[in-house]
Design a protein around this ligand. Structure first.
Ligand code: 3NM
Length: 223
């Protein structure tokens, strides 16, 4: 477990955020995560969803192994949706959607030292999440994605731009269909980082693909 980072550090953690579960991997998820860490990811979210997703003990054990790898490398370990799992593992944080409990209720269960990310698709949803105490917002899908069956309409960078125009200053990460060739506009619009599944987990050479994104996002954040 890490101590909860301040807002500036959360921005830095969001720069290159790997979201992943076993379903997204063509090699053992532990190996994918290790290679991605070697390549330079800054944050990890365990998202075990979709056809063939693990359940029960296998789900829990995989989460535990991935958390251990993150811990060894001081990468915060975030759990997707599952408050019980986040509590059981004492994870560093959780990422929830609009259909989940609001951030204040989740924080009451997890504690003040946890990172809470919320998916938001509009200025209104963003304002509500901030009021509820979210630490960062996930904005997507920026581009068409093959990794989330129930993704909302593709929005490009319009929501990020709208949030910035409304002077919403919470850390933001874009998600959905992002790869090295289309990441730049997301940073230009004002996001602090990109969250990806297939651009890392779906690649043959995970470390090399991550390194490319690492170099690129470092450059884009500096501009
Ligand atoms: N959430 P890929 S899109 C997990 O729009 C997730 O909130 C999204 O996978 C959202 O990088 C998405 O392979 C899938 O497109 C991201």
């Amino acid at each position: 477990m890490i101590t909860k980072p301040d807002t500036q550090h959360i921005r830095q953690y969001l720069r290159l955020y790997l979201v992943m579960g076993s379903v997204n991997c063509n090699q053992p998820p532990e190996e994918v995560l290790k290679s991605a860490i070697a390549g330079g990811i800054t944050l990890f979210q365990f998202r075990e969803k979709g056809v063939g997703a693990l359940t029960g003990q296998a789900y829990y054990k995989l989460a535990e192994r991935l958390q251990q790898i993150c811990h060894t490398h001081q990468i915060p370990f975030i759990v997707n949706d599952d408050v019980e799992l986040a509590i059981a593992l004492n994870a560093d944080g959780i990422h929830v959607g609009q259909e989940d409990a609001p951030a204040d209720q989740i924080r009451a269960r997890l504690g003040d030292d946890k990172i809470i990310g919320v998916s938001a698709h509009s200025v209104a949803e963003a304002r509500q999440a901030i009021e509820d105490g979210a630490d960062y917002l996930g904005i997507g899908p920026i581009y068409p994605t093959i990794s989330k069956a129930d993704a909302q309409a593709v929005q490009g960078t319009s929501t990020i731009t709208a949030l910035k125009n409304h002077h919403i200053e919470i850390p933001l990460v874009g998600i959905g269909g992002i790869h090295a060739g289309n990441a730049e506009p997301i940073f230009t619009a004002g996001a602090d980082g990109i969250a990806v599944i297939s651009a890392i987990a779906g690649q043959t050479d995970i470390e090399q693909a991550t390194q490319q994104l690492n170099t690129l996002t470092r450059r884009l954040i500096a501009n």
